[in-house]
Design a protein. Structure first.
Length: 376
C-alpha cells in the first residue's frame, strides 16, 4: 500500500484505500493521472465527486472512514454462515457459533446505520443453514448456488450447533434481522426471493429449498421509498383474465363483470359504489400496474469470474430504484464481484463498495466498466 512521507507534522502514515485505488494497486478507470499525484494523506476515504469508490479491507474498519449520513441506500449480501472459507483471518462467516456471526453482523450494520442518511434504506440478503451432528456433513443439506461453486466452500450447509438437534434449520436470517431490530433498526419487511431455478436437492423429508430472504431495514420510520418506480403489471384475475368472456364472463361466478360498456378501466373509485341495474358492488379501480408484491421471482444468474458468490442484478435493481434517486450513493459493505456497483452505475447512481479480498476487488473493475446511466 502506498505510504506518503510528506504529510503534515511529519506523519508517515498508510493512506486509506480510496476511490479506484486498492491495496493491490488496482486503479479504477475513472481516476485521472492528476488525481494520482495528490498526497494520499490529503484525500478522504471516499471521493464524493466520483461515481465509484472501492475500499479494500475489513468493512468493520473501513466503514469508519465514511462520513455520517453520506449514503442513501445500502444493498448487500454478506457471506452466509459456515458456507465458505475465504482463507482470510478477518473474514465474516466462519464464526464458531451463530451468535458470534450475528454479533459480527450487528457490528457491521451499526456502522452502516451511522453512514446511512436519516431517510435511507438498507436491503439485506441472507441465506440459511442446517444443524448437524458434530463432524457430520449431510449430503441432503447442500449449500445454495450462491456459495456452492466457490473455492473453499465446505460443500454443505450443515453445522453443529450446541443445544440444537441435528436437522434443525438454524434460522440465521431471522436471528440476524431480529438482532438488528433490537439494535435500533426498523425491520420494515421480509421479502421472499423465489428462485425458479434452484439447486436440485436429493432430500426426501422436506421440500427443495428455492427461496432466500431479503430484509428491508430503515433508520427511521419515515424514509425515501419510490413505490412508483418498481410497480409491476397488474394481473386482474387468474391467468390475467378480465372476466369479460367465457364461463366467468357469462355467469359471473358471483362477481360483477369487470368492464361495462359505460365504464373504462380505472374509472371506479369506490369499493361499495352501487352498480346501476345490478345491485352489485363496484370493483376497485383497475389500472395497468400495481404495488410490487413481497415475493420476487428472480432466477439465479451465473458469473464466470473467480467469485461465484454473486446475487443477480435483477435482485439489486428494484432495491436501487425504490431506495434512491439518480445521483444518490449506494453502499455495499460486502462488495464481492461488484454486482451492486455495476447496477448502481447503470442506473445513474454512485457506488461505494467495500471488499476484504484484493483479488475480488480486481473483478469489480471488470464488472463496473459500463456507461453511467445506461440503464435509465
Amino acid at each position: 500500500m502506498a505510504t506518503d512521507t510528506s504529510a503534515p507534522n511529519g506523519r508517515n502514515e498508510t493512506a486509506p484505500n480510496l476511490l479506484g485505488i486498492c491495496s493491490s494497486g488496482l486503479l479504477c478507470p475513472e481516476r485521472s493521472p492528476r488525481e494520482q499525484t495528490v498526497p494520499l494523506w490529503a484525500r478522504s476515504a471516499v471521493d464524493t465527486g466520483k461515481m465509484l469508490n472501492v475500499i479494500v479491507g475489513d468493512c468493520r474498519t473501513s466503514l469508519r472512514d465514511l462520513p455520517d449520513e453520506s449514503i442513501q441506500c445500502c444493498i448487500t449480501s454478506p457471506p452466509y454462515w459456515g458456507l465458505r472459507d475465504y482463507g482470510h483471518g478477518e473474514q465474516i462467516g466462519q464464526e464458531e457459533t451463530p451468535a458470534e456471526f450475528v454479533s459480527a453482523m450487528v457490528e457491521v450494520f451499526r456502522e452502516v446505520r451511522r453512514v446511512l442518511k436519516s431517510d435511507g434504506t438498507c436491503w439485506l440478503n441472507l441465506g440459511d443453514t442446517y444443524s448437524a451432528h458434530p463432524g457430520q456433513r449431510k449430503t441432503t443439506d447442500k449449500v445454495g448456488e450462491k456459495q456452492r461453486s466457490n473455492a473453499g466452500s465446505p460443500g454443505s450447509a450443515s453445522r453443529d450447533v450446541e443445544g440444537l438437534a441435528a436437522k434443525n434449520l438454524i434460522g440465521i436470517p431471522w436471528r440476524t434481522a431480529l438482532s438488528l431490530q433490537s439494535d435500533g433498526w426498523y425491520l420494515r419487511q421480509d421479502i421472499i426471493w423465489a428462485k425458479p431455478n434452484p439447486m436440485p436437492e436429493s432430500v426426501t423429508d422436506r421440500c427443495t429449498k428455492s427461496h432466500e430472504y431479503l430484509f428491508l431495514l430503515t433508520k427511521s420510520d419515515r424514509y425515501y421509498y419510490d413505490h412508483e418506480a418498481i410497480k409491476e403489471p397488474a394481473n386482474c384475475g387468474w391467468n390475467d383474465s378480465e372476466f369479460q368472456t367465457g364461463k366467468t364472463g357469462d355467469h359471473q361466478l358471483g362477481r360483477a363483470q369487470k368492464v361495462r360498456p359505460s365504464a373504462k378501466k380505472g374509472s371506479f373509485n369506490g369499493k361499495t359504489e352501487s352498480m346501476a341495474g345490478t345491485g352489485q358492488n363496484a370493483f376497485r379501480a383497475v389500472t395497468d400496474t400495481r404495488n410490487k408484491r413481497s415475493v420476487w421471482t428472480i432466477p439465479t444468474a451465473p458469473y464466470a469470474g473467480a467469485h461465484f458468490a454473486t446475487f443477480p442484478p435483477a435482485l439489486v435493481t428494484p432495491c436501487i430504484l425504490a431506495g434512491t434517486k439518480p445521483g444518490d450513493t449506494v453502499l455495499d459493505p460486502f462488495g464481492g464481484s461488484g454486482t451492486t456497483g455495476a447496477v448502481a452505475l447503470m442506473l445513474g447512481r454512485k457506488a461505494v463498495l467495500c471488499e476484504l479480498n484484493p483479488e475480488y476487488a480486481k473483478l469489480i473493475e471488470d464488472r463496473t466498466t459500463t456507461t453511467f446511466g445506461l440503464g435509465l
